[in-house]
Design a protein around this ligand. Structure first.
Ligand code: SF4
Length: 279
């Protein structure tokens, strides 16, 4: 099988930094907790758990030690609670996510009603909501009904959304006649270049594979985009999950991966695919 790999895919700088910080912290500290999975990749989480990283869902589960804040960030209330409990903090929040949190606060201070376009259940969005007062999450055009027309809107976006979705939502805001809006583009360039490379590649191949955690927002978005341009797109976590029947009769396969997918997973998948005889 001929295999083409997307020009840009796999670990982004934010995820790389978070993993390196986790490893360094585990070398130097005895008790280390991560508030939520450090990244949305089960293999990496399992590996770090083997080195002693405890993943918990709430601060109540942390009796002592050091708390690692993952790349998605944490709310101000969570950070206060951690400090109040006398726990140490190692902050691995991605600088681009920190920027979104800072912009949300600035827009609020300037008198705007802050609106973040994104998924209300995603940890990054939750952290932004919890970092500034009165942030409204808008995930669909219907959600715009919640907003009062006489408000000045300060609009930002979850870093991993696609430019097309951001533009579509902005158009919907304009159509609804809001008189004043200030828009700050908070999309992540790393995510955008992965999306562009994936779309370019999936148009050239018979079958497209998007590798990454099923909970990873940026991987899911990549898969969604590829599926639009190539219906033969499959979102998998690794080679073991592949139903080999989808390869039958295909000669060229494309591979891309989300920002939290390790190189080892991508390389193993590509090697197995190259060795596969689809006749
Ligand atoms: S995808 Fe972008 S915003 Fe998210 S962690 Fe990576 S670099 Fe940061």
């Amino acid at each position: 099988m001929k295999v083409l790999v997307a020009e840009k895919c796999g670990f982004c700088p934010g995820v790389r930094t978070a993993i390196n910080l986790a490893k360094k912290t585990l070398e130097n500290q005895k008790i280390v907790y991560s508030l939520g999975p450090i990244i949305h990749n089960e293999d990496v989480v399992r590996q770090l758990a083997g080195s002693g990283l405890h993943t918990v869902s709430g601060i109540g589960d942390i009796p002592e030690g050091t708390v690692l804040i993952r790349s998605h960030g944490a709310t101000s209330a969570e950070l206060d609670e951690i400090k109040h409990k006398g726990l140490d903090i190692v902050d691995a929040t991605c600088v681009l996510v920190k920027r979104v949190q800072k912009i949300a606060c600035q827009l609020h201070d300037e008198g705007y009603h802050v609106v973040i376009i994104g998924d209300k259940d995603h940890p990054e969005v939750k952290a932004v909501v919890g970092s500034a007062p009165d942030v409204e999450v808008v995930g669909t055009e219907d959600d715009l009904d919640k907003l009062s027309n006489n408000k000045k809107l300060g609009i930002i976006c979850q870093t991993t959304q696609s430019p097309d979705f951001f533009a579509q939502m902005l158009a919907a805001v304009v159509r609804r006649g809001f008189s004043e809006m200030k828009v700050i583009n908070t999309l992540c360039r790393e995510t955008m270049s992965r999306q562009e490379a994936a779309v370019k590649l999936c148009r050239q191949v018979d079958v497209m594979f998007v590798l990454g955690g099923l909970h990873s927002a940026n991987t899911r978005k990549l898969a969604e985009l590829c599926k639009k341009h190539n219906p033969q797109t499959f979102h998998l976590q690794n080679w073991q999950e592949l139903d080999k029947r989808v390869l039958l009769g295909k000669t060229t396969a494309g591979v891309t991966a989300g920002a939290s997918t390790p190189d080892a997973v991508i390389n193993a998948f590509v090697q197995n695919l190259q060795a596969f005889d689809s006749d």
